[in-house]
Write a protein that binds this ligand. Sequence first.
Ligand code: AR6
Length: 177
Amino acid sequence: MTSFPYQNVTLELVQGDITKLDVDAIVNAANSSLLGGGGVDGAIHRAAGPELLQECRLLQGCKTGDAKMTKGYRLPARHVIHAVGPVWHGGQQNEPALLASCYQRSLTLVTEASLTSIAFPNISTGIYGYPKDKACQTAVAAVTGFVGGDSALKRIVFACFDSENFALYERALSLLR
Ligand code: AR6
């Protein structure tokens, strides 16, 4: 784990499984049905148990770029924020704004709930095919653009599963000032 103090928060970089993290909220890279899938979504539902899907069924889906919060059930994390990233179509279909919105909406939800810690996966960079370097730039800009206000939020974790994403975030976060 590497820490990067930034304004009134600590940005943390970890490589590994987001379902293991003890934070107030982990973010899921969901699809608009919110009814589960592969990748990190599948891992979160498996680790949280069937109660998570039961609660998700009540949410009636979620638009691309938006996010909805549930409980964490059997996860160490107390909450799951289900964010729906964009499918990459080449970059001309509003993908950067929709991806940034996932991060902003998730941070708004944790702030409104007065939570102190959140962990993000690399939304859209798996099955949805978003180029990892572009997604990293957008994610770091969205998160650093959000912090600084009056909020209980203290820790923002970037949980990178693969070493390519980890290296991209290590570089992007070390360049922050
Ligand atoms: N912990 C952290 N990151 C993970 C984990 C994990 N356990 N497993 C995978 N990743 P993806 P997307 C990384 O495909 O691209 C689902 O079917 C992975 O290496 O999970 O947003 C949904 O239901 C990649 O860097 O999500 C949607 O239909 C990142 O998580 C669709 O996939 C995101 O990869 C969403 O696609």
